[in-house]
Design a protein around this ligand. Structure first.
Ligand SMILES: Cc1ncc(COP(=O)(O)O)c(C=O)c1O
Length: 416
């Protein structure tokens, strides 16, 4: 696989580069006559043809090359190539946002009357897509619980075409057993799509477990510095061909500037993820011992209900820790307002630690019952653990937890 991709990218197949993190650093698909060491930014809407005949051949797909940046651009191509190497995928297409990638992947492959099966715990906008937007076009979705995969088979009908999963899920950090689902997908001829946003290819390569397509919000760890929006789908070449056709003619392409940023960011993805994960594991352990914390969720904590699966599927637990604060909604809000360093934002995967209250923001469009089903409580808080020193992160959290505890104590004293 890597040898093929190396050949495609004019990287010598005799090269001794074997590891994805090296290829993410060393892959460069374009260089001008100036021989710059860092790939140039191609800010151009279109490309010129050497001749009228070449224009015809490019449009007829008889020749490979850039035509128009809605179709392809050297910067987006480089970002795609790197992601294919990291995800062990054959091909890909990059989008303006993660939701653009999720939507186009489904819209390109499904027709009115088709049916999707998805793990219940998915990102808020993906849930809106499954329950509000696609049904109005005659495409319906059935959810299953990751803890009861034995029931999935019974949901599959002759109309089912796609199995969609997010693992680990946002924000509940629920895992889905990809190997198990792959068996079902093969038996029923379903396309398995995995949203790999939380783990990133550094910690999980769904292609190893038979995923057909892997989608990402590049806005998160792939950028990793909270600068640009982006999305990508990579996977089986035949499926990507359909997605590319859909995307080219519906116009969700990633901009060259954002692609340039993202391609550069991939050079540091592995090293950033290692620090995100070591900070997150340490924070999760410390939170578990705190008296103001009801419960903590992190895939690599031994008491995570799917710890064994996490060890099987992932190399590390990722950079997100979710916990439930004692005192519910009011305590969660008070905790957030007492943080002095950690940012309050809806984003994640930044160098800077971020706290989010999913029930009132990213998952506010779900009903209370739906939130409860995916483990989001009024007191749930999602920490995107950044790259700051772990002691500074924990001290900020500890300070805010103490403030909330003191407030509760004084209220109790007044009412008592
Ligand atoms: C798991 C997951 N998938 C998809 C998305 C959508 O990505 P974007 O915001 O880039 O459209 C997000 C965004 O938070 C996400 O967390």
């Amino acid at each position: 696989m890597f040898a093929n991709l190396c050949a495609k990218q004019n990287i010598s197949t005799n090269c001794r580069m074997k590891h994805p993190e090296t290829l993410a650093i060393r892959t460069q698909t374009a260089q001008s006559q100036n021989r710059e060491h860092s790939v140039p930014l191609y800010v151009t809407s279109s490309f010129t043809f050497e001749s009228a005949e070449q224009g015809r051949a490019l449009f007829a797909d008889e020749e490979e090359g850039n035509i128009y940046s809605r179709y392809s651009n050297p910067n987006t191509s480089e970002f795609i190539e790197k992601m294919c190497l990291l995800e062990k995928a054959e091909d890909g297409f990059a989008f303006a946002t993660g939701m653009g990638a999720v939507f186009a992947s489904l819209a390109a492959l499904l027709r009115s009357g088709d049916h999707i099966i998805s793990s219940r715990a998915v990102f808020g906008s993906t849930h809106q897509l499954f329950t509000k937007i696609l049904p109005s076009w005659g495409i319906n979705c059935s959810y299953f619980d990751a803890a009861h995969l034995e029931l999935v088979d019974s949901l599959i009908t002759s109309q089912t075409k796609v199995m969609f999963v997010e693992t680990p899920s946002n924000p509940g950090l629920e895992l889905v057993d990809l190997g198990f689902l792959r068996g079902l997908c093969v038996r029923h001829n379903l396309v398995l799509i995995v949203d790999n946003c939380f783990a990133t290819p550094v910690f999980q390569t769904p292609a190893d477990f038979g995923a057909d397509l892997i989608v990402h919000s590049a806005t998160k760890y792939l950028d990793g510095q909270g600068r640009v929006l982006g999305g990508i789908v990579v996977g089986r070449a035949d499926l990507i061909a359909s997605i590319r056709f859909f995307a080219r003619h519906t116009g969700g392409a990633l901009s060259s500037f954002n692609a340039w940023i993202l391609s550069k960011s991939l050079e540091t993805l592995a090293i950033r993820m290692e620090r995100h994960a070591s900070n997150a594991l340490e924070l999760a352990g410390r939170l578990q011992k705190h008296e103001s914390v009801e419960s903590v969720k992190y895939p690599f904590l031994t008491d995570h209900p799917q710890y064994e699966l996490a060890r099987k599927q992932m190399k590390a637990g990722g950079g997100i820790v979710t916990f439930i604060i004692k005192g519910g909604f009011n305590a969660a809000f008070s905790f957030m307002d007492n943080l002095q360093m950690i940012s309050k934002s809806a984003n994640l995967g930044d160098t800077r630690s971020i706290v989010t209250h999913p029930a009132s923001t990213t998952h506010s469009k779900l009903s209370e019952f739906e939130r409860c089903q995916v483990g989001i409580e009024p007191g749930s808080l999602r920490i995107s653990v950044g790259l700051e020193h772990i002691d500074d992160i924990f001290n900020d959290i500890e300070f805010a937890l103490e403030k909330v505890a003191n407030l509760t104590r004084s209220k109790d004293a007044i009412s008592g």
